[in-house]
Design a binder for this molecule. Sequence first.
Ligand code: GDP
Length: 445
Amino acid sequence: MLDQLTERLTGALKTLRGQARLSESNIQDVLREVRIALLEADVALPVVKEFVDTVRREALGQAVLSSLTPGQAFIGVVHQVLTRLMGEQNEGLNLATQPPAVILMAGLQGAGKTTTAGKLAKWLKEQQKKKVLLVSCDIYRPAAIEQLQILSQSIEVDFFPSFAHQAPEEIALAALDHARHHYHDVLIVDTAGRLAIDEAMMQEIQRLHQTIHPVETLFVVDAMQGQDAVNTARAFGEALPLTGIILTKLDGDARGGAALSVRHVTQRPIKFIGVGEKLTGLEAFHPERMASRILGMGDVLSLIEEAQRSVDKTEAEKLAKKLKKGQSFDLEDFKSQLQQMRKAGGIGAMMDKLPAQLSRGLAPGTAAPDDHALRRIEGIINAMTPLERRRPELLKASRKRRIALGSGVQVQEVNRLLAQFEQMQKMMKMLSQGGMTKMMRGMRN
Ligand code: GDP
C-alpha cells in the first residue's frame, strides 16, 4: 500500500536523518524533493503547495534548527503536517439517533460500494454488536442486488429483497419500515452507480437522501483513481451532504494521491479504508497511523489491535510463557502463527503495517508471500514429524528430501521456508528480550 510514495518520501528525508546541522538552504533542497514526491504521487497541486509551505514554516519556526537531532525533528514536522492533512484523528460513524440509523452509500459504479456495504455490515455486527439490515436500490442491475444478497448471507446479516420494477425510494422506505418493526439498529442502503458523473444519477440519489434522511451519507471511492477520485468526491459533495468518505482499493494503490488530497479538497473526513477484496478488508481510518505508514514507520498500533481481535488469546499466552522461559520458538509455533496470520486478513495486510525497514528485512528482495504461499508453507510443516517441528536443527538433507516429497514441493522451497523461519525466530527473540519498543527504537535510527 502506498509503496511508491513511501519510497520517495523516505528517500527525500533520508539525507536529513544523519545531519547534525540543518540550514535554511538544505531544508529547501529536501522540500523540493518532497514536493516532487507528492506530485508524482498524484496529489492535487494546491494540496502539495500548501503542504510544502506549512512544513517549511513550521520547520523554520520551530526548534528544528536548534534541536539536537534536527533531521529527526524535521521528520516529526512532516509527520504532523501529513497527519493534519488527512484529518487529525479517526472519525467514526455517527449512529447516535433513534434506531434504525440509516447509512446511505453513494459512489460511481465499480468504486466498491456493494462490497463495502457488506464489509461495513460485518464490521458493525462484529465490532459494534449491531443488528444490521442491508438493502440494494440498484434497480438497473439485478446482478448488483443479487451480489448484496450473497454477501449478506455469507456474513449472516439480514437482507431486504428488492426488485427491478420498484422505484428506489419505494424500496428504501419499505426497508426502513421493516427495520423499524424488526428492531434493527442500522439500515445500510446500497445505491445505483454510473460509470461517470451523470445528472439523472445525482437526482435519483438526492431524492433518496431526502426520503430516508440518513445519519451517515458515505461516499465510496476507488483510491487508485488518484486525482479523478478527488474530483468525483467534490462533485458528489456538491450534490449531497456527505458525512464521510470511504477510500477503497488502497491495497492496490502505490501512489497515494487520493488518500492525501481527498480530505483537504472536500473537507469531509475519511472514515474507513478498503484494503482488500475480502470482507475482512476494511479498516477504520486513523490519519496519524497512516502518516506513520507513509513515512515508513509502520502502523504497529493497528497491527496490535488486529492481533488482539483475531488472535486466539490462549495460544498467544502459551507462546509468551514459553518464550519467557527461554525456550525457543519452533516450527510448531511458526505454523500456529501462520494460521493466526491468515485469520487476521492474510500476511499482506500485516506486512503493510510493519515498518518498511523490517518488512524489507523479513523478505529480502522479494515481495511478501501471499496467502497461497502461506498454505504451501503450512503443507510443508505438516509433512514434518512432531520431533522435527520442535527441533528444526535435525533437518538435514535426507529429511528435507522426504519432507519435500511428502508435501509436493522442491527441496529449495523447504530451504526457503527454514530461512524464513529463522528470521521469525530471531524476531521473536528480539521481542521477548527487549519488547516492542526497543525493537522500534532500533529501527527508527
Ligand atoms: P460497486 O459497483 O461500486 O458496487 O463495486 P463492487 O462492490 O462491485 O466492487 C467492484 C470491484 O472492486 C470488485 O471486484 C471488488 O471485489 C473490488 N473491490 C472493492 N473494494 C476493494 C478493496 O478495498 N480492495 C480491492 N483490492 N478490491 C476491492
